[in-house]
Each structure stands twice: as structure tokens, then as C-alpha cells.
Design a protein around this ligand. Sequence first.
Ligand code: NAD
Length: 290
Amino acid sequence: MKIGFIGLGNMGAPMAANLAKAGHAVTGFDLAALCPEGVTAAASAAEAAKGQDVVITMLPNGAILRKVADEILPGMDQGAVHLDCSTVDVDSARAVAEQAAGVGIGAVDAPVSGGVGGATAGTLTFMAGGSEEAFAKVKPLFDIMGQKAVHCGASGAGQSAKICNNMILGATMIVTCEAFALADKLGLDREKMFDVVSTSSGYSWSMNAYCPAPGVGPQSPADNDYKPGFAADLMLKDLRLARQAAEAVDADTPMGTRAAELYAAFVEQEDGAGRDFSAMLPRFERRGRG
Ligand code: NAD
């Protein structure tokens, strides 16, 4: 396939490189980052998108996605598909898909789970929204960049799934961290705590796969001085998207709201900016009830 790839940052670069390695003709564009090996550089987003079968975007947020969509959609071929893998608000995903449909282009929103490690190894999970036809067209690309792709429904459904997943992740990471801090104060050994919880009803991905306590459980950012990994700033972004979505449909999400407040304080008033989202544990270690 002929593929345009716009947004070659931490995630986009290894994803584009994997597509090129698999034999696809990939043309890339980024405002700042360089093209990875095997990807041909274009001079603009519009140039990277022109004449391609599929154009992938991997951008920081919904406002930038809308701007790039304005640049690329008018010049794309009829019947081509725009595949957006960024994490953005549901409204932006739906608006961009509608804009694409208006000019005869298919659209799939397919945010990812798995981080930079998954992008590099080609083991991402994609959660996708869009028509059956558009999904079928990009499915072979999901198989290269990832290990699983779930077609969740119509446009916006991928972003909806991502937001719900990350709301659960943010809340479970916080409660896992506060439970470790409580266990410390109760004099409970951290290894014993992990041993019990990871095989009891309190288990979760945050505890079992990404344990926030250094030296406990599998290797995780806690063992690397809380260097991300998945930055607290990005978790805050996703929790805010969840809040925005909940407000739009009048859903009651008190735990998600509290998680957003705690990550906002951590990132914006404390020392959380640029640290892994599991660095909530040292935050709770330092604090009493006040
Ligand atoms: P990043 O900041 O490393 O990359 C984004 C890239 O977009 C940058 O290189 C930037 O120069 C480029 N860009 C910005 N505006 C542009 C424009 N107008 N035209 C062309 N390029 C432009 O971010 P990332 O970590 O690669 O994340 C990308 C998306 O993936 C985000 O939506 C993020 O929430 C999501 N995501 C990230 C992770 C992760 O672990 N990093 C995991 C899952 C999902």
C-alpha cells in the first residue's frame, strides 16, 4: 500500500518504521521530528497525504488533528482512508470523520494502548471506530503495527473505548499507590503486599504488570527512577478527555473526576511533570492525611 504518515514523534516514528519494514511505501511528515529509516520525507502534510491509499496521523491532540485534517483531506484521493491513531476527544474524532466523508474519504479513529515499547515491537492494541469498509481496508496495517485491533463501532467509538480504559487505569494506579503508602505506615512489607494483592481480588494491571513500588514485581518505570514510561502529563490529558466526554453525555464519573484532580495537582503544582504516572507512590509516601 501507499501510506502517508503525519506525526513522527515517540509513537509515530516506530509505527511508520514498522510499516516501511513490512514493505509498504511510506511517506512521512512532521513539523519537528525526522523521518525514521525507510520512510521518505515530504515537505508538508498535504504532500505526504496526496495520492496515498491510507494516511495515518499520530498527533498530540484534537485541535492539531483538526488543523492537519484541513490540510490533508482536500488533496487526498477519493476512496482513500484517513486513519487517526492519536488520542483525542470524541467530538474531534467525529468531526474529522464527517469532514472526510464529505469529500469521499473513509475515516477510522484508532487510538492505541501499549506505549512506545508496543509501538517499537509492533504489539500495540488498537481500538477502532468507523465503517466496516474503512476498518477492513486498514486492518492489514493494524496487523503490522499491533497484536490486536478491536472494531468498537461507528466513528468516535475508538476514542470512547480509549478514554474509558485510561480512566480505569488512572484510578487504579492512584489507589494502588495509596494502598502501598498505607501498607508502609501499617508496617507491612512491600514484597508481601505485592505477593498477596497480585493474586487476590485487588489485582490489576497497575499492580501486576506496572507495579509502582521500586524493586517489587516485574520491571517497571519505578525501577528506573520513575522515568516514563507513560508520563503523568499524558495520563492527565486522558483523564481530562474522559471528564469532557462524561460532561457531554451527563455521565456520573466521580472516581474519574477525582483521579483527574489528583493528577492535575501532581503535574501542575507538585513535581509530577515529566515523571511516570506511577510516581504517585512517592507522592503519597511523603504525605499524611492533611
Ligand atoms: P509526540 O509529542 O512524541 O509526537 C507528536 C508529533 O506530532 C511530534 O513529533 C510533533 O512535532 C508532531 N506534530 C505536531 N503538530 C504537527 C503538525 N501540525 N504537523 C505535523 N506534525 C505535527 O507524542 P507521542 O508520544 O508520539 O503521542 C502521539 C499520540 O499518541 C498522542 O495523542 C498520545 O496521547 C498518544 N499516545 C501516546 C502514548 C505514549 O506512551 N507516548 C501511548 C498511547 C497513546
